[in-house]
Design a binder for this molecule. Sequence first.
Ligand code: FES
Length: 293
Amino acid sequence: MSAETELHTRGLGVTQRKDAWWLEPLFYQCLFGSFLLYATWAGLHPWGPDGKAYYEYGPYLSPMFSPFFNPDWLKLLPWFMQTPALLILWAPAGFRATCYYYRKAYYRSIFMDPPGCAVGEPCVKYGGETRFFLFQNLHRYFLYVALIFIGILTYDVWLALWWPVNGIDAMNHSVEGPKTLGIGMGTVVMALNAYLLAGYTLGCHAFRHLVGGGLDFLKVKESHPVRFLLWNLVTRLNEKHMQWALLSMLWVGFTDFYIRMCAMGVWQDPHFTLSPMVFSALNDVGHIFGGSN
Ligand code: FES
């Protein structure tokens, strides 16, 4: 009997390895489990019991709710689906669930297929990405949506630089009226989130194929210099795809948590703004030197 057959017949987790092979699957089970629990809870709680928005605080908007839509028809759905996050989270969830790196991680740690090298697994036959798992082939389409989300989240960072002169109301919305330039801890947290998501998305294997696939690499430097440069940049990101994937996932959760804590009044967001007078003076100087009226 071959060693491989022997492991299959002995069943899940059977191995002759003496090291702590189970640590890695356990780590991912805890990490993915905690993130999924938090994301589900946060998605189901966009508002507090007093009606306060927990998905935003003044100019800050949680990435789990961006872009924010709250159409009336949402109220017709069962209670656990009446959240604006429902309209957003399918895209990042689909992108991550079909990502080549995440597939490796959850096939091994959740499906235990196999849980480690030379460790017994529950399935004797590998079915490939067929039947239910055919959806994994949608990854490149989720990539196109993810690229749009990078633009949206970057725009959110821009909006997070504009503070309402009349302050933030009791429901956590910016009060109508003029805005002035400012920066806060939340702006930095949101900017880091957009940066990490861009690093993760632009290092995607499918994006690497998009920019460099189908080229003759013996001649590409001369024939397609721009694509060659892009392919090199994407390759650099791709080499650390796992790190980008995990860090960006954790930071999305933290960004929502930070904005939520500010919205709940648990944390005070340190920020400073240019006073409207200073801002208007700077604007005038800009207009004088810019030559516009
Ligand atoms: Fe990981 Fe595309 S392979 S995001």
